[in-house]
Design a protein around this ligand. Sequence first.
Ligand code: COA
Length: 331
Amino acid sequence: MASERSVKLDRASQQWLNDWSTLVEEYRRIKESHRKLKLMLDDYAKHPTRIGKQLKDLKNSRARVSGTSFAESAEHLTQLDQMEKDLLEIRATLPKPNHIILQIVLGDLNVQMRNEKEKFAYKEQYEVFKLRVTIITCFLAISCFLFPSRTLDAVLHFLFVWYYCTVTIREHILRANGSRIKGWWLMHHYFSTIISGLLLVWPDDDLNAAFRPTFISFSMYMGLTQFIQAYYQRSFLIKRETLMGSRGRDISTDGVRVKTLSDLRFLIPFLFGAYIFQFYNAYVLITLWQYTPSATFHVVSCGVLFAIVGTGNLATTLMVLWTKYKQTKKA
Ligand code: COA
């Protein structure tokens, strides 16, 4: 009986010893891969400097080879072009210092995403966020229209201030991750934050009451336009995802990102309507300011800002349409 127990114990000890050696092996593997990873990360940190130096060397090499006449110089130049292109692409994926706005808001946090899947998911969240807040602001603007109240107005203006600040930070993060959002759309959101802030602190005077119906109507119209705009952007994200297959696959292919002029047919009239509305707001505010000696600075400031925003939006959208027109003609 005693010997049977000792055999059993021996078997148990043997089993334990086997498991133990597996554990030790795995522990060593983890330590070794961690050591290699640390070395690689140190090496990775030197990448931007190395790439910068190599680009400079390639430039010098190009200048030198251009002055020679040996037979393979054209072949070398083609190779040089490709190398430069590849290095620039690699550099675009490396972590960069944050934009000053992100630096102020988030500090020295690395906002670079690890792969295209994460970038795509973040862009999707950004569009969903815009859509959700647009729906809320639309309902709020309708409530302000139906039940005029200074408190409701303040909530609406405050929501706009918060929304534009948040959306601008998200757009900076998107840009840091390779999004081609034009600088103006970010500027537009800065200006919109200031306009909303001014409207929030505008005293409850006669001019405020006079401009209020125009602004509430404008907010409802903008809500509708932004809704269509969000639908346009979302439909492209879905198309991009479908075209590239399952979520795990690379979705950075540029061809899938190109949107043509015909895709915009439905949205364009609404956008131009929004710009006309912005110019109209500017006109109303500046006229009120001109003919009212007691007008506070909020009136003229908002008027000028609406004029700037309308002009910038119109110019940028025309530029985008022109680029798309040229792309459509070329295709
Ligand atoms: N806000 C945020 N991102 C925008 C944007 C905007 N207004 N317009 C374009 N982008 C993004 C696109 O999603 C794309 O991102 P990606 O590189 O991450 O894929 C990138 O910028 C390049 O887009 P582009 O191809 O130049 O334009 P588009 O086809 O996506 O959109 C318009 C073209 C005209 C529909 C769009 O610029 C737009 O809606 N403009 C009007 C904005 C406006 O006036 N707003 C105020 C009134 S509602």
